[in-house]
Design a protein around this ligand. Structure first.
Ligand code: PGA
Length: 253
């Protein structure tokens, strides 16, 4: 059975003391929740706070992921963080290809394919994000855009590599806007994504893939979105910054 995952993308929020306080709050709230064995709870703090987060979540179910990672292994790449650095401090997963990285830092499908290779090459997990812009949806090109984002960054991989990949469909028009894809829109796209995997890699890879939805998920709408059969959890931005809200979303899975 594929994993259900609720992942919090803290983006450029929370300094060290705020991060510690949020983790403390999450651990406290999580104690009251009976989690399914199949459910994963992930947080992605900023890179400078990862080490502290790993240390503070050791005895809890919370997993720590990076928000970004270099496509290069090491060397003269000022300002970058390598897979080895992450791995060394106990971070086993990284978000790759978030729309803010694509939009503000010019990350292309080709670069993201390299990032995925570097992450998987280290035995780590990539939480691969993709999603269409509003104009793509308005012009009815959303399936085409998502298909090319997935194919360009992932379809050079062997089937076995997909056990270290989590997919996150995040329509750009729904990120941080308060506007959510309807549960039906999410299901329609997730089903399409699973069919792409099925066609290229077969049922086993497609059925085992966790496909998360991201874009203005909050306690009030999480349950309905997560109730859809091809939605296996969420990547949460704004609502992951408050312990109560995030745990309410975890409870909805
Ligand atoms: P949001 O962000 O929940 O604030 O819309 C989601 C994301 O960017 O992953």
């Amino acid at each position: 059975m594929r994993a259900k995952i609720v992942a919090g993308n803290w983006k450029m929020n929370k300094n060290l003391s705020e991060a510690k306080a949020l983790i403390k709050g999450l651990k406290k709230e999580l104690k009251k929740v009976k989690l399914d064995k199949n459910t994963r709870v992930v947080i992605a703090p900023s890179s400078v706070n990862l080490r502290s987060a790993v240390n503070r979540t050791k005895k809890s179910v919370i997993e720590v992921a990076a928000q970004n990672v270099s496509h290069e292994k090491s060397g003269a790449f000022t300002g970058e963080v390598s897979v080895d650095m992450l791995n060394d401090i106990g971070v086993a997963s990284s978000i790759v290809g978030h729309s803010e990285r694509r939009t503000y830092y010019g990350e292309t499908d080709a670069l993201l394919a390299q990032k995925v290779d570097t992450v998987l090459g280290k035995g780590m997990e990539a939480i691969f994000c993709f999603g269409e812009q509003l104009e793509d949806r308005k012009s009815n090109n959303h399936f085409k855009v998502v298909e090319s984002q997935i194919k360009n960054a992932l379809f050079h991989l062997e089937a076995t590599s997909f056990s270290n990949i989590v997919l996150a469909y995040e329509p750009v028009w729904a990120i941080g806007t308060g506007e959510t894809a309807s549960p039906e829109q999410a299901q329609e796209m997730h089903k399409f994504i699973r069919s792409l995997l099925k066609d290229e890699y077969g049922d086993k890879v497609a059925d085992a893939m966790s496909i998360l939805y991201g874009g203005s998920v909050k306690p009030a709408n999480a349950e309905e979105i997560f109730s859809k059969p091809d939605v296996d959890g969420g990547l949460i931005g704004g609502a992951s910054l408050k312990a109560n809200d995030f745990i309410e979303i975890v409870k909805a899975i």
